[in-house]
Ligand binder design. Structure first.
Ligand SMILES: C[S@@+](CC[C@H](N)C(=O)[O-])C[C@H]1O[C@@H](n2cnc3c(N)ncnc32)[C@H](O)[C@@H]1O
Length: 293
């Protein structure tokens, strides 16, 4: 499906006297063993709380019809497919380390999409050609990446963008999911497990990283955005099992991991709010930055 489109995009650009914009050399890199594992079908069934905020993200995603876009951590690809529809003359390349998520994403993909297996820490090996993309985007992914790896990710995003290209990132930021985080940390602590196994960065230090990578915030922004995410008991349990539990259990042995799941489930009723919902406060790091022209 994709190879033909890649070459046609390349030919179009090359024919217009520009360097080829798509890195045809991109190759799969196996998921590093230290990455938490995901179940593609399970995640795909539990993305509704993200999808509610799609339009807000799209409103600040600078896209033109022929843009070539890189989606870091495309997951099950439901949002990637929406972006692909906005670049009918371009292409969207989704990267994710999890084969079962990529299987889901491929099932929903339009002809102007292709996928590459790998982690954002491996962008150098996956996409060696600089300036290959008009837009590099990512949603709900970088909180899974240790802060120490963010400078490398930012540097690769910068390298992969053509001059004047945009980097649009959204991920969990400082203060994210405070209520359920407290409960999960408490259950994990009793088992000697990790505390806040995600990177919830703050805007001040993050601005330093963004600028060190060479990005310009002119015409863009860096901010923390609080969001009310609606859940009932069942959908919050779905969130827990599909996109949270593995953050804790990856570094636990099997017995402690199972005890962590049982312990968290048994305390879920503590998460009922005064209004009867199981809503959570999400806080997003929201970044739109440009590689100077
Ligand atoms: C909450 S999902 C978001 C998926 C998708 N962007 C969306 O909006 O639905 C988090 C994704 O981050 C991916 N991920 C986690 N660690 C990663 C890493 N080091 N490199 C690339 N992707 C990673 C997971 O495989 C998963 O697809």
């Amino acid at each position: 499906m994709s190879e033909k489109l890649i070459s046609s995009t390349e030919m179009n650009r090359a024919g217009a006297g520009e360097a080829p914009v798509v890195d045809a050399g991109a190759a799969a890199v196996p998921a590093p063993a230290w990455l938490p594992a995901w179940d593609g079908a399970r995640y795909a069934a539990n993305t509704g709380h993200h999808r509610v905020y799609d339009q807000l993200y799209l409103d600040t995603l600078p896209l033109r019809a022929a843009d070539v876009v890189l989606d870091l951590g495309c997951g099950s690809g439901d949002f990637t497919a929406i972006v692909a529809a906005l670049v009918p003359d371009g292409e969207v390349v989704g990267v994710d380390p999890q084969p079962t998520l990529l299987d889901e994403a491929r099932r929903r993909a339009a002809p102007n999409q292709r996928f590459v297996q790998g982690a954002v820490q491996q962008l150098g090996a996956l996409f060696p050609v600089a300036g290959s993309f008009d837009v590099v985007m990512t949603r709900a992914v970088l909180q899974w990446v240790p802060l120490a790896d963010h400078p490398g990710v930012l540097a690769d995003a910068f390298r992969l963008l053509r001059p004047g290209g945009w980097y649009r990132a959204e991920f969990g930021g400082a203060g994210n999911i405070p209520v359920i985080l407290r409960l999960l940390d408490d259950v994990a602590a009793r088992l000697g497990g990790p505390q806040c196994p995600w990177t919830f960065a703050d805007v001040g230090p993050y601005l330093e990283l963004v600028e060190q990578a060479g990005f310009d915030l002119d015409g863009g922004f860096l901010r923390l955005t609080p969001q009310r995410r609606h859940f009932d008991r069942e959908t919050l349990m779905g969130w827990f099992h599909s996109q949270a539990v593995q953050a804790y259990t990856t570094t636990m042995d099997a017995g402690d991991g199972a005890a962590f799941v049982r312990g968290a489930e048994s305390r879920f009723d503590e998460l009922a709010r005064w209004d009867g919902t199981f809503d959570q406060t999400f806080v997003r790091m929201d970044l739109l930055a440009r590689r100077p022209a």
